[in-house]
Design a protein around this ligand. Structure first.
Ligand SMILES: [Zn+2]
Length: 262
């Protein structure tokens, strides 16, 4: 029933599963995580992620992937993400979205111009294919919103949302969905929880961003998609709903997002 809208399935720490991805996949099934989107950050990852999606999709687990270049990638990788290449790679049905793209001035301040150009190209690929964007933004909220507006992006996810309500509101006005990760469960994230309270229930998504950012009570441990119900629990408490209700409504929202252009 739970959908993890953002996980890096090819990067999981599999120590506790003796190095076998099957262990993490079985844990997902046990936790009732029935769908997940595996996120690509670099062209070099495509084949590995594609193999995972093909090998582990089953009746009880629907897997898809994204195609895109993370803003923190090297300059030459960012430049190689042409619209043509993205469209070509992302056309197939197992590719659900374009990203993760976006802007990150925290880790990669010096690449600003190239990040912005790359984000614009990802938006164009998304428009050509009518597939949603997966947007990463860090220390760059104004430029991110400006570029989404200027390029007329209207369809996608602000992933691992950590910004203020004003930014959420602007993204929502453009038609975007807001995805919360384990960060929303961190003690220090009070203002983020306040923003989450205002997001309309039909635009809310949940994700792990695994292997990063494990939610409470697993904080500090390697994260995995099987932990996405903990993110649901945190939002459930906040919104006065059951964990199951949050699982169901966020799964439905993701379905709506994918179907929006069809
Ligand atoms: Zn990510």
């Amino acid at each position: 029933m739970f959908t993890d809208t953002h996980c890096h399935l090819n990067r999981l720490n599999l120590e506790k599963y003796n190095g076998e991805l099957t262990g993490a996949i079985d844990a997902m099934k046990e936790a009732n995580v029935t769908r997940a989107m595996a996120i690509m950050c670099d062209f070099a990852e495509y084949d590995t992620i594609y193999d995972i999606v093909q090998s582990y999709s089953s009746d009880s687990l629907t897997l898809g992937m994204s195609v895109g270049i993370h803003p923190c990638e090297d300059l030459d990788v960012l430049k190689s993400a042409t619209v043509e290449r993205l469209v070509d790679m992302a056309a197939a049905d197992h590719v659900w979205a374009i990203g993760e793209t976006g802007l990150d001035y925290y880790w990669s301040e010096e690449n600003k111009k190239e990040q912005q150009a790359s984000l614009a190209r990802h938006i164009h690929a998304s428009q050509t294919l009518k597939k949603p964007l997966v947007i990463h933004t860090r220390e760059a909220k104004y430029d991110t919103i400006d570029i989404l507006k200027a390029e007329k992006a209207e369809h996608g996810i602000i992933h691992c949302f950590t910004e203020d309500w004003e930014t959420a509101k602007q993204a929502l006005d453009l038609g975007f969905y807001i995805s919360f990760s384990g960060i929303v469960s961190f003690k220090s994230a009070q203002s983020l929880r306040e923003a989450a309270l205002q997001v309309p229930l039909d635009r809310l998504l949940i994700e792990t961003d695994s292997p990063y950012l494990a939610p409470v009570p697993k904080r500090g441990k390697p994260n995995e998609p099987a932990y996405v119900p903990y993110v649901a629990s945190c939002l459930a408490e906040l919104l006065n709903k059951s964990q199951e209700e949050i699982g169901q409504l966020t799964a439905k929202n993701f379905e709506n997002l994918l179907a929006q252009y069809v």
